[in-house]
Design a protein around this ligand. Structure first.
Ligand code: NAD
Ligand code: ZN
Length: 391
């Protein structure tokens, strides 16, 4: 036991500045199962960090770009962006992180220098904002992954389906080392998005009424935010009534399936709530749900927040009177959290037991069985599947 403990740090320091050979799940073609390969991971360059990933989970965005329907296909590629790991080594100029630090990679970044990073209101960093088309690192326009000299593309700057990955320092949140990475890894994308949409943007007052459209992981996190904020009624709206039972665990108190009514769901909600909800959060990506989410808020003070990513040709249509009657429409990206500045505090919400994360985790698989996680998601089973890198 003692021997093992002493060996670990030695192994870690000996890899600094060296190429690391490790396992990665490579997507060679759109929609085809990932293949476990031995890849070479180059050392981090300026402002980059090489991270040993311990746990990663699968999010819809990985599946969406792996299916590559309607976007530029970029293969071979290493997907993965919801994860937790430990810093192995840092490149030149990195002062915020050191080997051994616990980190959550984030698909969007915070350079701390651009106008957005300097604004208290924005988290849409100019330098490191999500870019799904770029498969290389910013520093030299090249990939840090290769197999026999052939480059393998990165995904959203994180590529966490690899035992080691290289990430820009601005896309890493340094978190409390006591936080269990097998749980808090899910906070690096979808859960924080939904939670932040409610807590940072909708901001429901204690005792208020909140409608959540779409009860996937993001919507359930939005409901969890409403529960934490002390909302008295949380109305879950979904086309799939199977989601309702699960949603109760996240604080939802009532349910509406738009398919059960022959009038618009915004009218149903207005009748249930004496004129409309105080806040609504849309987490479906469906344009009709977005419009309903806006039109179901109370005039005079209601605020609707859009989270879902719509179809590229979608158009939001509503009568301007709905806005003149003092309803507010907002949108949010990553729950308005600044990855480096704010994510550590979301982890602390979990540590202080204010935020419950376990209920989002419905499956766990070893890395070698990562394709099972894809199957669960494609079948719509469960919420989050944790992939543990150590078998
Ligand atoms: P999900 O597919 O698991 O859940 C979506 C739910 O919405 C499903 O249960 C579905 O039945 C329901 N739904 C679909 N159309 C509906 C309608 N018209 N009315 C009511 N319910 C409807 O997805 P998820 O992982 O929870 O993500 C939700 C959305 O959030 C997606 O669009 C995703 O792209 C987006 N997202 C946005 C951000 C951001 O920063 N803005 C970040 C992550 C995810
Ligand atoms: Zn920035």
């Amino acid at each position: 036991m003692c021997f093992k403990l002493r060996l670990k740090p030695l192994v870690m320091t000996s890899t600094v500045g060296q190429v690391i050979r490790c396992r990665a799940a490579v997507a060679w073609e759109a929609g085809k199962p990932l293949v476990m390969e031995e890849v070479e991971v180059a050392p981090p360059q300026a402002n980059e960090v090489r991270v040993k990933i311990l746990f990663t989970s699968l999010c819809h965005t990985d599946v969406y770009f792996w299916e590559a329907k309607g976007q530029n296909p970029l293969f071979p590629r290493i997907y993965g962006h919801e994860a937790g790991g430990i810093v192995e080594s840092v490149g030149e100029g990195v002062t915020d992180l050191k080997p051994g630090d616990h980190v959550l990679p984030v698909f969007t970044g915070e350079c701390k220098e651009c106008a957005h990073c300097k604004s208290e209101e924005s988290n849409m960093c100019d330098l490191l904002r999500i870019n799904t088309d770029r498969g290389v690192m910013l520093n030299d326009g090249k990939s840090r992954f290769s197999i026999n000299g052939k480059p393998i593309y990165h995904f959203v700057g994180t590529s966490t389906f690899s035992e080691y990955t290289v990430i820009h320092v601005g896309c890493l949140a340094k978190i409390n080392p006591l936080a269990p990475l097998d749980k808090v890894c899910v906070l690096s994308c979808g859960i924080s998005t939904g939670l932040g949409a409610t807590l940072n943007v909708a901001k429901p007052a204690k005792g208020s009424t909140v409608a959540v459209f779409g009860l996937g992981a993001v919507g359930l996190a939005a409901a969890e935010g409403a529960r934490i904020a002390g909302a008295s009624r949380i109305i879950g709206v979904d086309l799939n009534s199977n989601r309702f039972e699960e949603a109760k665990k996240f604080g939802a108190t009532e349910f509406v399936n738009p398919k059960d009514y022959n009038k618009p769901v915004q009218e149903v909600i207005a009748e249930m709530t004496n004129g409309g909800v105080d806040r609504s959060v849309e987490c479906t990506g469906n344009i009709d749900a977005m419009i309903s989410a806006f039109e179901c808020v109370h005039d005079g003070w209601g605020v609707a927040v859009l989270v879902g990513v719509p179809h590229k040709d979608a158009v939001f249509k509503t009568h301007p009177m709905n806005l003149l009657n003092e309803r507010t429409l907002k949108g949010t990206f990553f729950g308005n959290y600044k990855p480096r500045s704010d994510l550590p505090s979301v982890v602390e919400k979990y540590m202080s037991k204010e935020l419950e994360v376990e209920k989002f985790i419905t499956h766990t698989v070893p890395f070698s069985e990562i394709n099972k996680a894809f199957e669960y998601m494609l079948r719509g089973e469960g919420l989050r599947c944790i992939i543990r890198m150590e078998e």
